[in-house]
Design a protein around this ligand. Structure first.
Ligand code: ZN
Ligand code: ZN
Length: 364
């Protein structure tokens, strides 16, 4: 049987030799996601495969190196056939995470690259931010308000300081002998190479848990019920978020989103309140005085004679305060004019004589 042929660099990345740079980059990214050691921690070859992939990419993504490879093959790339090319091997790449960060903007620890945690690894409970929301009325936006919140949250276990470990409950990791890293050797078409990676057993700490904290059962946290009073300042907008430091889980923060209920009479436009009053056709013509609701009691508003349908009148300073400033907006009153649908005979006579008078005046 023939000796196993070294794999072609194009084949490693999974593109045709005619591929352009963007195809190479795209294929490389896809492959890197598949075989990154953090994604496939159980595959002892994953680091070797990843380095091989990176090597192929380093060569093929550099037009000059690619040309050398296309002409001379690996011999050329490794500097044997072309001395001035310089040595170029695996060790020139820096750490895997450096590379990864360069390509994926440091997406470690989240999304598809979340590492699986072993239950034996010591880890500290650090908590997280907590989000909640409260609903207030528009009247409360005017005055500001307070709400008492019942919080059920996880706090760091006092007994173990959040580590989940009983006193003296840690032992040296057998897999890495406490070094936190494991060595692997791998045969590749470049020969044998050694590599080391973070110990999957202890996560690099060199220690594993032998005995868990009895108080928290090894979780590192306990549940705590508490009440907290949240003060909502006047002028908040629907969707505003209040930050309450240190009241999330563990040392995380609490975020309270304020939702403002819709109001039966008002629409809000920043600090201004919009409402509508309807007056009769005669009232609009002659002028009148109407009742207008406000957030703290009814007001009176003069409708001047000759007010047109759809015009807006302003009641100054009766709107909402600006957040943290207190300067108040206005109530904007839109005037609707209603035309009577049915007339009594008396009303009809009056309107007819009005029309007569108007005709006489305009000569129509
Ligand atoms: Zn504990
Ligand atoms: Zn270990």
């Amino acid at each position: 049987m023939a000796e196993k042929t070294p794999r072609d660099l194009y084949e490693i990345i999974g593109v045709a030799p005619s591929a352009d740079q963007s195809e190479i980059k795209k294929a490389y990214r896809a492959k890197a996601r598949e075989c990154h050691p953090d994604v496939a921690p159980d595959d002892p070859d994953s680091e070797g495969k990843f380095k091989e992939l990176n090597f192929a990419y380093q060569v093929l993504s550099d037009p000059e190196k690619r040309k050398v490879y296309d002409t001379w093959g690996l011999e050329g790339v490794n500097g044997r056939a072309t001395p001035d090319f310089g040595g170029f091997g695996f060790d020139d790449f820096g750490s895997i995470s450096d590379l990864f960060e360069a390509f994926f903007n440091g997406g470690f620890g989240s999304g598809p690259f979340r590492t699986t945690r072993s239950a034996t690894r010591p880890r500290r409970f650090t908590g997280k931010d907590v989000h909640t929301s409260i609903t207030i009325s528009l009247e409360e936006v005017l005055t500001g308000t307070k709400r008492e919140l019942n919080l059920r949250r996880r706090v760091s276990c006092e007994s173990c300081g959040g580590r989940g470990v009983a006193p003296g409950g840690l032992i040296v990791c057998q897999r890495c002998q406490g070094s936190g890293r494991v060595e692997t050797s791998r045969q590749s078409f470049f020969g044998t190479f050694m590599s080391s990676r973070v110990c999957p057993e202890c996560g690099g700490s060199g220690e594993v848990i032998k005995e868990r904290c009895r108080k928290c059962g090894g979780n590192g946290f306990e549940w705590e019920d508490s009440k907290i009073e949240v003060e909502i300042p006047p002028g908040v907008e629907n969707g505003d978020r209040l930050l309450i430091k240190g009241r999330g889980e563990g040392n995380g923060n609490l975020y309270v989103t304020v939702e403002v209920e819709p109001h039966p009479h008002f629409e809000r436009e920043g600090e201004n309140l919009l409402t509508t009053v309807t007056v009769d056709i005669a009232e609009a013509a002659l002028g009148t005085n109407v009742k207008v609701p406000s957030l703290d009691g009814d007001l009176r508003l003069d409708i001047p004679p000759g007010t047109q349908p759809g015009s807006t009148l302003k009641i100054k300073g009766k709107g909402l305060p600006e957040l943290h400033r207190g300067k108040k907006g206005d109530i904007l009153v839109r005037v609707d004019v209603s035309v009577p649908r049915h007339l009594t005979s008396g009303q009809r006579k009056i309107l007819e004589s009005y029309l007569q008078a108007r005709k006489g005046k305009s000569g129509r």
